[in-house]
Design a binder for this molecule. Structure first.
Ligand SMILES: [Fe+2]
Ligand SMILES: [Fe+2]
Length: 305
């Protein structure tokens, strides 16, 4: 095994900000959104010329997290409802997804199916959570992409160590890079000026102790991450009982959720990373068929904090 190791710094990660803007449509959109007075008409025009971004915006606004009474079909209406800040996060996450889809396909398939499960769980349990959380789920492992981008050889060693020694990827990352991808992801989101409501759940998605004001969002992200990885047969640290307890989660529903995700992720993977499922909310419909998933939050009044 190589003894090559490095100390990855926040500064180095911040210089990776072009990771998300390799795409000319995204560069143009980011320029327009970052304008002190964004021009909605111009933004809508750019979005309308990109069917994939149009789909992801409409899918997001029509997801359970927004709880809108009717389907939004116009990009302009969707952007007005999302707001420029949330649109920025969505475009950035989607552009990262699109730019690295081929090299890091597994991470993005996992990220996408955790995001779909997240939207279903929010709806199923009628939770009051920050609306960013489904987008956050898409971005939660972006730190892994950044680390690979910075040193691909070293990240391959990291991956091998995790697989061969059967240890969590975060431990192997800390061995080779001195930090793990949850921290690196937070640094990246910070360099993109994304809000704390997105940064904190990412920063704490592998931690037992999470900030009080993001407890429910952090717990949810840890649950969907754990369930999806387990369904895919990957090693994942089980969320701490103390956190689950504090968030009011009944962990006895995890087995059934895992069975659901085992059934669901191949369907999501095969839908193609660019061709997002056309039928809005199909995952939620299936989730509702599960008897116990609606009992994930045993004490719903505690959970909706
Ligand atoms: Fe992770
Ligand atoms: Fe993950």
């Amino acid at each position: 095994m190589t003894e090559e190791r490095t100390t990855l710094t926040q500064d180095k990660v911040a210089r990776l900000s072009d990771l998300a803007t390799v795409d000319s449509t995204v560069s143009k959109l980011m320029e327009l959104i970052n304008d002190p007075e964004p021009n909605l008409e111009e933004i809508v025009d750019v979005v309308n010329h990109d069917p994939a971004i149009t789909t992801v915006i409409l899918r997001q606004i029509n997801s359970a997290a927004y709880g809108l009474p009717r389907v939004i079909e116009s990009v302009e209406h969707a952007i007005k409802l999302l707001g420029f800040r949330r649109l920025r996060g969505l475009v950035l996450s989607f552009s990262v997804l699109r730019s690295v889809a081929e090299v890091e396909k597994q991470i993005w398939l996992h990220s996408y199916s955790t995001s779909v499960l997240m939207a279903g769980l929010i709806d199923m349990n009628d939770l009051s959570v920050t609306r960013d959380i489904a987008i956050t789920a898409l971005l939660h492992d972006v730190g892994r992409l950044a680390m690979r981008q910075i040193d691909e050889t070293l990240y391959n060693h990291t991956h091998h160590m995790s697989t061969n020694e059967n240890i969590p990827i975060t431990d192997a990352e800390r061995y080779y890079f001195s930090v793990s991808h949850d921290t690196v992801g937070d640094w990246l989101l910070q360099s993109w000026n994304l809000p704390n409501s997105m940064r904190l759940p990412v920063a704490f998605h592998h931690q037992d102790a999470v900030p009080d004001d993001m407890q429910l969002e952090s717990a949810l992200l840890q649950i969907v991450d754990y369930i999806d990885l387990k369904a895919r047969g990957s090693l994942c640290h089980e969320p701490s009982p103390a956190l689950m307890d504090a968030a009011g989660v009944d962990t006895s529903t995890f087995d059934e959720l895992e069975e659901y995700q085992k059934m669901k992720y191949p369907e999501l993977d095969s839908s193609g990373i660019f061709a997002w499922p056309a039928q809005l909310g199909s995952a939620t419909v299936r989730l509702k068929q599960l008897k116990s998933s609606k009992d994930l939050f045993a004490n719903n009044s505690n959970a909706s904090c």
